[in-house]
Design a protein around this ligand. Structure first.
Ligand SMILES: [Zn+2]
Ligand SMILES: [Zn+2]
Length: 168
């Protein structure tokens, strides 16, 4: 969504709200976007720069990193981006990052998409304590024990156990 800034640029303090739904989403290999992201917020002419603040709402679907079950993950992303005309007013020193204003419009769809991508989780879990799949038979351990009788001993624990018996 490209928003014209012609009106906003006229006077400091001017503000314009926006709300749009992102229809044409770039594909992401790992996740499916279930709901077209809804973006709402406002652009403020803050004197020497334009400040965009917005909220993105969407839901994505992926698979649990442990048991491979599908997981639906709701996302709510708040972001703020600042734009400044190149060669314009001086940039205040600080942590904030300014993007150059090169056109008479802001590509708010692009801003929102970048924030969605950086907010995507590294991995999804169907539950924090998902036990995953049995490494021996592949059974989904969430549904109960699989009956495998292999006793797994953590090598570090085995060392401790040996040390323990030596010091008795
Ligand atoms: Zn899981
Ligand atoms: Zn098993």
């Amino acid at each position: 969504m490209k928003k014209s800034i012609a009106g906003l640029m006229k006077e400091p303090g001017a503000r314009e709200g926006f709300e749009f739904v992102m229809e044409d989403m770039p594909a992401d290999e790992e996740y499916r976007i279930l709901d077209p992201p809804r973006v709402s917020g406002e652009v403020v002419n803050a004197g020497n720069h334009l400040a965009v603040s917005a909220v993105v709402l969407t839901r994505i679907e992926g698979v649990c990193a442990r048991c491979l079950d599908p997981v639906v993950y709701p996302m709510r992303i708040e972001f703020e981006d600042m734009f400044i005309r190149q060669g314009g007013a001086e940039t205040e020193s600080g942590e904030s990052e300014f993007y150059p204003l090169t056109e008479d419009w802001l590509d708010l769809g692009q801003c929102a998409w970048e924030h969605i991508v950086s907010a995507l989780p590294m991995q999804l879990l169907c539950a924090e304590d998902c036990p995953g799949l049995c490494p021996h038979c592949g059974a989904d351990l969430k549904k109960g024990p699989c009956g495998c009788r292999v006793r797994e001993t953590d090598p570090r624990l085995a060392v401790l156990a040996r040390l323990g018996s030596e010091f008795v």
